[in-house]
Design a protein around this ligand. Structure first.
Ligand SMILES: [Zn+2]
Length: 147
């Protein structure tokens, strides 16, 4: 996947297209979205810290043997294992959220924020207000999620 596949326009169309796009970016006030995204990322990082402290692991994550160990003692460890698995799933969710936020911030840096990564059309401001880390328009999101 290169620049040409998503970006190339016939030469005679490229200038007005880019002009319109800049208007969209300006209307979007990307600095505001950047601030929202960075705040959300900080908040989620704190959440991850809380979860990791609770399950007693650091940045390296739990060793697989450690988890297997839990599975081998289903008796009195059952509840604890369940809680730990819930926390691990929670941490995974938070991490993928941060991934999405980083991707959106990357789009701001590249000047493509508010543009669908799949079809290249504008993502509506209403959608960006509701989901500031959206990198796809509603239609493409539905297709990707198989709805
Ligand atoms: Zn799209």
């Amino acid at each position: 996947m290169g620049m040409w596949e998503t970006r190339s326009r016939p030469f005679f169309l490229s200038r007005p297209g880019i002009g319109l796009w800049r208007d969209h970016m300006r209307k979007l006030n990307v600095d505001r979205y950047r601030k929202i995204l960075e705040q959300e990322r900080d908040r989620i990082r704190n959440e991850i810290d809380v979860v990791e402290t609770r399950i007693g692991i650091g940045d390296t994550g739990p060793a697989l043997s450690e988890l297997a160990d839990y599975d081998n003692h289903p008796g009195d460890m059952g509840t604890e294992t369940f809680e730990k698995e819930k926390d691990l799933a929670l941490r995974d969710n938070f991490r993928s959220m941060i991934g999405r936020i980083d991707e959106a911030i990357g789009k701001i840096d590249r000047g493509t924020y508010g543009e669908c990564d799949r079809c290249g059309r504008e993502i509506s401001m209403g959608r960006l207000d509701a989901v500031p880390w959206a990198i796809y328009c509603v239609e493409c999101q539905d297709i990707i999620e198989g709805r």
